[in-house]
Design a binder for this molecule. Structure first.
Ligand code: C5P
Length: 260
C-alpha cells in the first residue's frame, strides 16, 4: 500500500492571450504547487475498488481519478485490478487544480505500481488528454505554462512573500468564466507581474460577492489580492502582518483558508 500526496496549485499570474478555433484559450500562466492537498492511497487488489472521503463527489467515470485509471489502461494495456482511496481536502471549482492534481497523481501511482513502464514525458502527454492543468503536476512545482496550459516549462521557484489563500464557499465553473471573458480583457503578451489574472474581470462579474470579499481584504490591509485560476480562491500576498492578521477574522467569517 502506498500514499501519494496530491498537491494544490495556484496561478501566480495568468494571462489570456487569444481565443483558439478549438474553443480553448491560449494562456501564459506561472503556476506553483503549495504544501497542502489531497492524499491518494493506491494498492494492488483482487478487484477494482474506488472510494472517496467526500460523499459529494461521483465515484464513476465523471471522477478524474477514474478517467486517469481508464486512460492509463488504454495506453499501457496493463489492467491488473487496483484499490484507490481519495482523501479529499481540497475544495472543488476553487481554482486550486484539485481534480487535475488527482488525475496526475493517479497516473504517477499506477505507473509505480506497474513497474514504471511509462516515462514522465509519456505521463505528461497522457495527462494533457485529461485536462489542460494536468501536465503541470509533473513539473518541478514551479512552471510557466503556455498553449491551453499543457505546455509546461519548469522554472526556479519564484521568491515570494508569505501567502495566505482564502477559498470562499463560492463555486465558479471554469468554462463559464472563460466564456464571460471579453476580447478587451485579453493580454497582448505573455509575461506579467505576479498577482495579476485576466480572469478576474469575468469571475467578479459572475460573482459580485467574490469581488466584495476581494475588496474587503484590500480594505483590511492586505497588500495585494489575486484570483487563482478561474476562482474562487483568492491569493493574499504580503508580509506576515499584511496577510495572516487581517485575513484570519475575515476567513473565519466567510470560509476556508490556508496559509503557506
Ligand atoms: O482543459 P480543462 O478540462 O481544464 O478545461 C475546461 C474548460 O475550460 C474548457 O472546456 C474550456 O471551456 C475552458 N478552457 C479554456 N482555455 C484553456 C483552458 C480551459 O477556454 N486554456
Amino acid at each position: 500500500m502506498a500514499d501519494y500526496f496530491s498537491p494544490a496549485k495556484i496561478n501566480l499570474f495568468l494571462r489570456v492571450l487569444s481565443k483558439r478555433s478549438d474553443g480553448f484559450h491560449e494562456l501564459s500562466t506561472l503556476m506553483q504547487t503549495v504544501t497542502f492537498g489531497d492524499t491518494l492511497t493506491v494498492e494492488p487488489a483482487e478487484r477494482d475498488h474506488f472510494s472517496c472521503s467526500d460523499p459529494s463527489l461521483p465515484l464513476d467515470e465523471r471522477n478524474l481519478v477514474m478517467k486517469a485509471l481508464r486512460l492509463f489502461r488504454e495506453k499501457t494495456g496493463d489492467s491488473r485490478p487496483v484499490s484507490i482511496h481519495l482523501q479529499k481536502e481540497l475544495p472543488h471549482e476553487a481554482g486550486l487544480g484539485g481534480g487535475s492534481s488527482n488525475a496526475a497523481t493517479t497516473l504517477w501511482a499506477l505507473n509505480e505500481l506497474t513497474d514504471l513502464k511509462a516515462s514522465e514525458q509519456d505521463l505528461m502527454h497522457w495527462g494533457a488528454e485529461l485536462g489542460s492543468d494536468v501536465p503541470f503536476f509533473f513539473s518541478n512545482g514551479s512552471a510557466l505554462c503556455t498553449g491551453r496550459g499543457e505546455r509546461v516549462e519548469s522554472c526556479p521557484q519564484p521568491d515570494l512573500p508569505p501567502i495566505a489563500l482564502l477559498t470562499p464557499p463560492i463555486s465558479l465553473a471554469t468554462p463559464l468564466v472563460f466564456a464571460e471573458l471579453l476580447p478587451t480583457e485579453r493580454s497582448p503578451e505573455g509575461d506579467a507581474e505576479i498577482g495579476t489574472n485576466d480572469l478576474e474581470g469575468p469571475a467578479f462579474r459572475l460573482s459580485p460577492k467574490l469581488k466584495g470579499i476581494r475588496d474587503a481584504l484590500l480594505e483590511v490591509g492586505v497588500e495585494k489580492v489575486a484570483l487563482s485560476g478561474s476562482g474562487s480562491t483568492l491569493i493574499c500576498f504580503g508580509g506576515e502582518h499584511a496577510t495572516a492578521r487581517p485575513v484570519l477574522p475575515l476567513a473565519r467569517a466567510i470560509g476556508q483558508w490556508y496559509c503557506r
